[in-house]
Design a protein around this ligand. Structure first.
Ligand SMILES: *Cc1c(COP(=O)(O)O)cnc(C)c1O
Length: 489
């Protein structure tokens, strides 16, 4: 299998090469040139397997240049070693009104771990396979969650180093503690004076500075990013759609061949796109539901065919979905149309004027698979309370957005809610939704308070933070970010 650009230059890469490169030369995203197909017996066989074994079977279909042993090693390092606090890695919790696929049992209690535990392993293996001598330096600007998940994923992974910049006044106390206490011999964490945009534009400037990159090269480093357009971040996510289906079979919720619907809290369109890959491969899926918050640019797109980012940006209580440009949508447009020139044209319109229209025919094809809905913060809080009252289950705000869509949309057979964060990550919003007073309480007191009503305890990664040793104390001006990169290499 080869990987090609969504925008149509003639690059044809192996999966290892695509994972090292990240982005195609023409600015497009890498996609497989054929869709691997599976039959029902393949899916039935997953029932008896562990999550890791399921992952090896599914990943092998896409990473055809990796040996089976390489994939097994990657998978075991990512999902073994007790890094996840549930033996099933991505368990399905069977409630009365829905089945809930919990993707937050990893080290940072959010769904980014599912991909960011495996991507570094795939990348490190790719470097060995392709004979790349340079060390890869991952640079991340973070507003909180992605930085921590990337640090955990890359820590002590061979031939890689990771450096995370966070805004010194733009992350919560818990988020800061998660990062500044990070262990590992190949990690650096630095505060940047300013807000997230300062950190982000500083990192972008480093990526775009040719001279600086040449200097790093001479020192034996190449820069790379861990963001969600890398194929190595998308492919791990396909696995859990199959895994959830196998668990539904094991629980006798469905029979082999029955269709299920996934309701996915969506921001950058990576998670739900992985569901589309699973469906295209042959997983029996009726609908993929794209659930958004007030930044409902995707809801509008999936209903009208017009993508328009020229709109107000809202800060919501589901911040990981506060996004106006969903990069991974480009991959869907390629797979639906198969027309790279057309995709390139739409992406140019998006870059030039923030808007494109795919037309009625393409929209109709998209609608065969996708539905869309959105919730404002009030409805989201209402749903947290409702689920707690009805089932004693406390969803995080992102998951609650998906739950609202389940109640509003009709015709969703065997619904599976894709749950993307532990409620403990968002204890302030969750406790407020449940009518508890948060006044005057710090984040650790809020964790303890949530633990008194939740059905499971505080995740180890959060509970240990209060007493963890602070090892990263640097703060720099934005202008000095390149200097600190040089010091780290
Ligand atoms: C990143 C994230 C999402 C959105 O996932 P996409 O792949 O960007 O659509 C949803 N919920 C949480 C908690 C996240 O961290």
């Amino acid at each position: 299998m080869k990987y090609i650009s969504t925008r149509g230059n003639n690059q044809e890469l192996s999966s290892a090469e695509a994972i090292i490169k990240g982005l195609a030369d023409d600015g497009g995203l890498f996609v497989p040139d054929t869709m691997p197909k599976v039959d029902l017996p393949f899916i039935g066989e997953l029932q008896q397997l562990s999550y890791q074994e399921r992952a090896v079977k599914v990943l092998s279909l896409f990473l055809t240049d990796y040996t089976r042993e390489e994939i097994e090693d990657c998978v075991n390092r990512a999902y073994g070693n007790g890094k996840f606090d549930h033996k099933d890695i991505a368990p399905v919790n069977f409630l009365k009104d829905a089945s809930v696929l919990e993707l937050w049992h990893g080290p940072t209690s959010a769904f980014k771990d599912m991909a960011l535990q495996l991507l570094p392993q795939l990348l490190s293996t790719a470097l060995k396979k392709t004979g790349e001598q340079n060390e890869v330096l991952i640079l991340v600007a973070t507003s909180g969650d992605t930085g921590k998940a990337a640090l955990e994923g890359f820590r002590d992974v061979e031939q890689t180093r990771i450096m995370v910049f966070y805004p010194d006044n733009g992350v919560s106390r818990i988020q800061r503690l998660q990062m500044v206490t990070q262990q590992g011999g190949n990690v650096a964490v630095t505060a940047v004076k300013g807000n997230f945009d300062d950190a982000q534009s500083g990192v972008k400037a480093i990526f775009n500075d040719r001279e600086f990159n040449t200097r790093l090269h001479e020192k034996g480093f190449s820069l790379s990013s861990a963001n969600s357009i890398n194929w190595g971040r998308l492919v791990p996510q396909i696995v859990y759609y199959f895994s959830a289906y196998a668990d539904m079979l094991n629980e006798s919720r469905i029979k082999l061949g029955d269709k299920v619907s996934f309701i996915v809290p969506t921001g950058n369109f990576g998670d739900i796109l992985a569901g589309y890959y699973a469906m295209s491969m042959g997983l029996p899926v009726k609908k993929l539901v794209c659930a958004s918050n007030t930044n409902n640019v995707l809801t509008d797109f999936l209903n009208t065919g017009v993508y328009d980012r020229n709109r107000e940006f809202f800060k919501t209580i589901s911040p990981s979905m506060d996004i106006l440009i969903s990069s991974n949508l480009e991959r869907l447009l390629y797979h639906i149309t198969g027309n790279q020139a057309q995709v390139a044209g739409w992406m140019k319109e998006l870059a030039d004027c923030g808007r494109y229209d795919v037309g009625a025919e393409v929209l109709a094809k998209i609608k065969e698979v996708f539905s869309a809905d959105w919730s404002d913060d009030n409805a989201t809080k209402g749903m947290i309370k409702k689920e707690y009252d009805m089932e004693g289950y406390i969803p995080d705000p992102h998951t609650a957005v998906a739950w609202n869509a389940l109640y509003r949309l009709k015709g969703l057979d065997n619904p599976v809610i894709v749950s993307t964060a532990s409620p403990y990550k968002f204890n302030e919003s969750v406790l407020t939704a449940l009518g508890k007073s948060i006044e005057g309480k710090d984040e650790f007191q809020l964790l303890d308070e949530l633990a008194t009503i939740n059905s499971f305890g505080i995740p180890a990664g959060l509970a240990g933070l209060k007493d963890a040793e602070i090892v990263h104390k640097n703060t720099v001006e934005k202008a000095d970010m390149p200097k600190s990169v040089l010091q780290f290499t």
